[in-house]
Ligand binder design. Sequence first.
Ligand code: NCD
Length: 305
Amino acid sequence: MRNLISITDLSVQESEDLIKTAYRIIEDPAHFAHVCDGKKLATLFFEPSTRTRLSFEAAMYELGGHVLSVAGAASSSASKGESVADTAKVVSCYADIIAMRHPKEGAPQVAALNASIPVINAGDGGHNHPTQTLADLLTIHREKGRLNDLTIGLCGDLKFGRTVHSLIQAMSRYTGVRFVLISPEELMLPGYVKHDVLEKYDIPYEETTDLEGAMPKLDILYMTRVQRERFFNEEDYLRLKDSYILTPKKLKNAKPDMKILHPLPRVNEISVAIDDDPRACYFKQVLNGKYMRMALILKLLEVEA
Ligand code: NCD
């Protein structure tokens, strides 16, 4: 039985197979409308979410399946002190697959060790978010036609931004990829990604605080929200929250075919004036996330379609 806890649980070939399945779904959604009839997805979200939970649920409905949902720790037995391990064992009796979001790093891994059904990590603390990366990979593939030979700028909260960590792990497996890491000093990429991925595999990268200076070389600009909920004090958050605000003026020196991604939710990082720019891809990214989650559910449930 397979789980998706980290994006590297999938080989490069497997993630490309998911992209192929997503293209097939986009072309002919009717073909997939009943392939999961009778199957149940449990979404266990112990942290706020709009997109990811609804995206998983929409994905399962569009495959003909059903959804069981826990939204918020307060409404579940976690508030009575139930362990993640026990919750996973219990939910295994009701559902065929679990998508779990949890504020504690590693919680979905604990769930996977205890569940008898596949577990998908839908975001664990400031650690990983592999299904957002699947959405990002399909978006980059659809927009640029390739996943290699790209200069990718990641901007904002690179310390706590779990989508950034998973995206770097995934894109580091392609040739000709280089990263420009743009953040305030306090929110730089953590060592376990910098040393254990970028340096270990000799991936070219630079670190800077200067978004406009980096702009001309970027093929992809991945903006992120400063992760307020991970800060130890509000003062630091308030000081750092508006470090980067992308405006039309700052895009002046960007390549005409640079693509702008953001996992959303956006707070202030991208001016709404950019939403109509043809380079803005963040709402397309949302839709791509649903297709990739459909492809992932099929794979983990071993449904041939
Ligand atoms: C991200 C997350 O939850 O990490 N959101 C999402 O799932 N699309 C990014 C964020 O919350 O900033």
